[in-house]
Write a protein that binds this ligand. Structure first.
Ligand SMILES: Nc1nc2c(ncn2[C@@H]2O[C@H](COP(=O)(O)OP(=O)(O)OP(=O)(O)O)[C@@H](O)[C@H]2O)c(=O)[nH]1
Ligand SMILES: [Mg+2]
Length: 395
């Protein structure tokens, strides 16, 4: 057994000396503070029997200063791991044999070691993972309330995978596919991209099945150039366009085009308080399961705007949402939160004005990539490598 006394300005320094001299297996036999210095007696190859024989020798007698092998008697402590609480302390003013009923470490020493421990945890513990997840989710546009609920649900290390699963489960993907013929109605706030999206969807079907499979209808009779915009697309695609002024027109047109497999209906965008909006929504609600209604949601909508503007559309049955203009916003998670609350799945998303290439199907892996790529955390990467911009699956 080798016993040695070490001293230094503070516990940390002395522990380092002990580790350096005796190694990590050393045990601490005693410690005390004297004249602002810390003294610790430590041993290696500790022999309890041999040690107990020294118990008759009074602790910290004067000769001990010159014979460090002989020291006070008490249970030895293993050299603590970095930051762990260590063995006992003795009063420097009244050296006496240690009272075994007293706590092993003095309050200042305990505090110092506790502070050390916390420092280590802050730097290398689990907290940074949680923090970086929190920051990334904020950058994506999730609300504070949503983030805390999400992070409370357990382990944060795999948070991206957990987010993907959560979105898949709470929002989901619309079962609608352009593969199957149908009547597709696009609804949504003013300027959300309804007409452009109709053009994109119709163009994709014309390219696949030819112009005879497609017809376009529009209710946009109020706005100057409302019809003209779609007329231009209809002419380019070589498909018919009917203007609908009421429910009778709608039924007549549907009858007229019953041999066409894909019918797309563009609707007029109106403010949420416009009474005509409800009237129009009722026309399409009346079509029941014969029609598939999709809500266009600009990716940049958030907060109270989002809830107010979209509220009128929550009263009719919808098949899914189209998130538009994803290219225009760095953070669109607010839209995903709203969709989750409404249990409304995503059908497509658009990320540009080009017809038809800027409309995409929406598997969640792609939406997750867009969330990450758009968020500020990824802007730097984008700047370094513009080619890394993600392009989704085209229609
Ligand atoms: N950047 C970007 N612009 C888009 C996208 N989709 C549509 N736009 C543009 O947004 C503007 C409005 O699009 P429209 O298709 O006319 O929108 P709307 O919903 O039909 O508008 P109203 O009929 O007035 O209600 C046009 O300039 C489109 O080119 C998109 O995904 N990204
Ligand atoms: Mg329009």
């Amino acid at each position: 057994m080798k016993i040695k006394r070490f001293s230094g300005a503070n516990t940390r320094e002395v522990l380092q000396q002990i580790r350096g001299t005796l190694g990590p297996e050393a045990v601490i036999l005693s410690n005390r503070e004297s004249d602002g210095a810390v003294e610790i007696v430590a041993a290696i190859d500790f022999d309890e029997k041999q040690w107990n024989e020294t118990q008759s020798i009074p602790a910290w007698p004067e000769p001990l200063r010159t014979h460090p092998e002989k020291t006070e008697a008490f249970q030895p402590a293993q050299l603590p791991a970095q930051g762990a609480t260590i063995a006992p302390s003795q009063s420097s003013t009244n050296p006496s044999p240690r009272d075994m009923s007293q706590p092993l470490a003095s309050a200042p020493l305990r505090d110092e070691l506790q502070a050390l421990k916390q420092l280590v945890e802050r730097r290398w513990g689990p907290q940074p993972v949680q923090q970086s997840a929190q920051e990334a989710l904020r950058e994506m546009g999730f609300s504070e309330e949503w983030i805390s609920e999400f992070l409370e649900q357990g382990e944060c290390r795999e948070w991206e995978l957990k987010l993907l699963n959560t979105l898949q489960e709470k929002v989901g993907i619309s079962q609608t596919s352009l593969e199957k013929p149908g009547l597709f109605v696009l609804l949504g706030p003013t300027g959300s991209g309804k007409t452009t999206s109709i053009a994109k969807l119709a163009a994709a079907q014309v390219l696949r099945h030819g112009p005879h499979s497609v017809a376009l209808l529009t209710t946009d009779t109020y706005r100057i150039a409302g019809v003209e915009q779609l007329e231009i697309y209809a002419r380019i695609l070589g498909v018919p366009l009917d203007v609908i002024k009421g429910p009778e027109d709608l039924l007549k047109s549907l009858e007229k085009h019953r041999d066409r497999s894909w019918i797309f209906i563009d609707t007029i965008g109106m403010g949420p308080r416009d009474p005509r909006l409800n009237e129009q929504l009722q026309w399409f609600a009346a079509l029941g399961a014969d029609a598939q209604r999709f809500l266009l949601i600009p990716a940049s909508l958030s907060g109270r705007n989002l809830a107010t503007v979209l509220q009128p559309y929550t009263d009719i049955p919808l098949s899914g949402a189209i998130i538009s203009k994803i290219d225009e916003t760095p953070a669109f998670a607010a839209v995903l939160e709203w969709l989750a609350a409404q249990h409304l799945p995503v059908a497509w998303y658009s990320d540009g004005q080009k017809v038809p290439e800027d409309m995409h199907e929406a598997p969640w892996e792609q939406i997750m990539n867009l969330l990450k790529m758009n968020s500020a955390l990824h802007k730097e990467r984008l700047a370094d490598d513009p080619g890394s911009r993600y392009h989704g699956t085209q229609l």
